[in-house]
Structure formats: C-alpha cells, structure tokens
Design a protein around this ligand. Structure first.
Ligand code: MN
Ligand code: MN
Length: 461
C-alpha cells in the first residue's frame, strides 16, 4: 500500500462538514435552520419553549398522556410538567422491556430574574432589581436592549403571562459607566467591573403628576397594573426574566451561522423535539424526548433533570405494558443533547486544538465533561461511544469528538450524569457554540442540522 492509502486507513483525519455535505442535506439544512430560528423567537424562556413545543407537537398528532390510557405502537403522547418541562414519547414497536431511546436537552438559559421585591426609585428614575440565573459574565448584560418575560401568579390562583418589550414595544436596559468617568472601574477585573447588585433594569423616568414621593416608581406600577392587573406585592409570586431583546439572525457574509440568545441549549432542544416530530412511523424502540428546566443551576428542583417527574413518566409508560421501569431504564440509551464549546481562534490559549470541537465539523460527542480530573462527569463507556459512532455514521450524521477546553482551564456539566445515575447508558453530544452563555451566542448551521440528524438516528436505533 502507498503511504496515502495507509494514511487514509490508519489515521484520524476530521474534515470540514462542508466538504462532505450532500446537496440534499444542504437544502434540508436551510429549511431546518429557518424552523429553528422561528422556535428561538417564540421561546425566550423555559415556559415559552414548553408552550411552543406543545403547539408544534399537537399539530403533529401528540396528545396529553393520561393515566389509564392504552397505548400502541406509533402513539404520540406528552406530559407537561408545571409548564416548565416537557416529556414526550412515540411508542415503539418493541416493548419497553427493550428500553427506550432518549434525547434529553434543556430549555432554560442564563438570564436575569427579577428579585421578589424588585421595584424602586432612585434619582427620579425607576429600576427593577435582578438576581442573575446561571453562569453569566455580568459585564455582557449592560447597555443592550432587554425584554421582560414570564408570569405573575396572583394570590387567588390566577396566572398572568407577561411580555414587556416585544416587537415595537419599549425595551429595558441596564446602564454602564461612561469612559470619561471609568478610570477606577477600568482597573477592576472583568469579573468585578459590573457587580450583581448593579444589574438593575431601568424601567421609567416620567413621574405621575402630584406631590407624593417616588412618583416615577408609582407611575411604573400604575402602568403595570393597568396593563396586567397586578400590584407590587404580586412580584413576590412572580417569575419574570430579563432576556435579550434580539431576534435570531443569520451571521456572516455567507449566512452560514446563526446568532441568537439561548442557543444553549435550545439548539439541541429543538433538534430533539423536531427529530421526534419527524418520526413518520413507529420506531423500533420507544423514543423519548425530554426538554428539561434548571440545567443552568444544577438540574435541581421539580422541573430539573433530577426530578422524579422523569421517572414517573417512564414508569407510567411502562405500566401500560406491565413492564418494570427499572428494566426499561437499564436497557435504554440517552443522548444528553447539550452544547459544547467551539474552538475560538480569538482565544486559542484555553483550547486544546487536537480535542476541541470546531464550527462546521458536525455534532460534537463529549465522552466526558466535568472539571479538573473529570470531576462531576458521567464519563460514557467506550462501548457507548462506539455505539454512537456506528449509529451516526450509518445515518450520515456528521460528527466530531469534543472536549470542553484545555485540562484545568475550567469545565462544566450537563444532565448526562443524572441520566447515567438512573442506570441509563448516556453520552453527551451537541452543537459547538461560540460565546456560550453570552446574551448573543453563535453556532454553525451545519452543526445544528447534523445534531438533528444524530438525534433522529438515536430515536430510530
Ligand atoms: Mn447547556
Ligand atoms: Mn449552559
């Protein structure tokens, strides 16, 4: 054999996805990404993502799961967990004792939540105090237009949806210091330049006519009352999230990328959802899609991936077939569909080039995440990674190996460990992201589409 042939046979040589993309895939990719951008614009909070996902799945024949319901192969059901987490399934041809094929992604993203007592006036300007959610770099959230989305739950049980700043409506903003007076601030580190208690949303400046004090605050509260019907006390039982006021948009002169708020992890959530909706016939094994909340703060709580709501969903499905849930779980496979860091040539010092994911090289497989000596990782077994390679190759899903940055540069985690702890073979895979957790993140379209193909292949194997 010539060296060239030996090289082809023996060496690992990842190729840019565009050198391997078929014309059919290129067309499908464009359609897919248009749908993804619409999903992003419709869902800027976990609640909105659940609402949009329900709208999409019901239009494709899914119905709410009700205990006692009989299910047969091809049936499509979902459970809405408290409007913040969605569990969906397409019943397979084989029984659940053969396990399920699961894709788990999260729909919460880093943002600024309002504090329970947020509204105040200072210097005759009205503000809302926030408490940041997830890992943010605080300096990135000032001087950009923001919207406020969420719900206010009244004491009488009524839940009022709130969306401030959508479309042409006035936006909110957090201000920063002018450079002229920034001499001392300039000496601070990026981490300290803007503090958590400075992340206060400017919400008004025009006072109510009259003599009473705090007239600007009162004017803001009056507007909120007139539009939504809630009072200052009702902020206590509200979930209001400040999110970037920006629509998903193509990036680059070639339009080959998408810039948006919330790619982490709606880019994988949409892939997991869309792949499930696109199953045209009953898969061999039951396909399950989980859109979880609270990943960014540890997957805790009633709507996070550690919740018993997932185990209850699987047990309820198993009950329809008289299969013990523990047998289903041990036979199952889960793709923990979450984003990874894309190699950024602007910051080469934190990446290890030979093991970093690249934009346009396809869905990134992460054998392990974690920090330091893989702490906090589920570390998928060699056999599980081999299974994924086989399934993705057979389906023509372009993939690459990925590691989140250099050893000891930092680290992170996903829901993988919580699925693996349930005795489910689990592998992390997802879209490489530039500027992850920033108010505006960037991904490659090719990687978005290949993640969809990869998840679909998992559902079908
Ligand atoms: Mn994530
Ligand atoms: Mn994240």
């Amino acid at each position: 054999m010539e060296n060239k042939e030996w090289k082809e046979k023996l060496l690992y040589s990842p190729k840019n996805g565009y050198d391997r993309l078929s014309e059919a895939d290129r067309t499908a990719m464009a359609d897919y990404c248009a749908g993804y951008k619409a999903f992003l614009d419709a869902g800027k909070t976990e609640r909105e993502c659940v609402r949009e996902a329900i709208r999409l799945c019901e239009s494709r024949g899914f119905r709410p799961f009700v205990r006692g319901m009989e299910l047969k192969a091809g049936d499509k059901v979902y459970v809405n967990n408290r409007s913040k987490m969605l569990l969906l399934a397409v019943i397979g041809q084989e029984g659940l004792e053969q396990g399920a094929r699961i894709a788990a992604a999260h729909i919460d993203s880093p943002r600024l939540d309002l504090k329970p007592n947020p509204l105040y006036e200072d210097g005759e300007l009205a503000y809302l105090k926030t408490h940041y959610y997830g890992g943010i770099r605080k300096y990135q959230w000032v001087t950009i237009p923001l919207e406020l989305h969420g719900v206010v739950a009244l004491a009488d049980g009524q839940v009022i949806p709130v969306a401030i700043g959508e479309g042409d409506e006035a936006k909110l903003v957090i201000n920063d210091l002018l450079p002229h007076l920034g001499q001392e601030q300039n000496k601070k580190t990026l981490a300290d330049g803007i503090t958590g208690e400075q992340l206060n949303l400017l919400v008004g400046s025009e006072p109510l006519q009259g003599e009473e004090g705090e007239r600007v605050k009162l004017a803001v509260m009056k507007r909120l009352y007139e539009k939504y019907g809630f009072t200052e006390t009702d902020f206590i039982s509200a979930e209001l999230e400040a999110v970037p006021a920006v629509k998903a948009t193509d990036i680059g002169l070639d339009g080959s990328m998408i810039g948006a708020y919330g790619h982490d992890d709606r880019v994988c959530a949409y892939a997991a959802l869309k792949a499930l909706l696109d199953l045209t016939e009953a898969p061999q094994r039951t396909a399950v899609c989980v859109l979880a909340d609270k990943e960014e703060i540890g997957s805790e709580g009633v709507s996070g991936m550690q919740t018993a709501a997932f185990d209850t969903f699987i047990a309820d499905l198993c009950d329809t077939q008289n299969v013990p849930a523990r047998i289903c779980l041990e036979q199952s496979f889960c793709l923990s569909a979450d984003v990874t860091a894309a190699y950024d040539p602007n910051f080469p010092e934190v990446y290890e080039k030979r093991n970093a994911a690249r934009v346009n090289y396809g869905v990134g497989l992460c054998k392990y995440t974690g920090a330091r000596g893989k702490s906090g990782a589920s570390d998928a077994s060699a056999e599980v990674v081999a299974y994924a390679r086989r399934v993705f190759d057979a389906a023509g899903a372009i993939w690459q190996m990925a590691e989140l940055g250099k050893v000891d540069a930092g680290g992170g985690g996903t829901v993988a460990v919580y699925m693996a702890n349930r005795n489910i073979d689990t592998l992390d895979a997802g879209v490489p992201v530039l500027s992850m957790h920033a108010p505006f993140e960037t991904v490659g379209k090719l990687d978005c589409y290949m993640t969809y193909k990869a998840v679909k292949a998992v559902y079908q194997n």
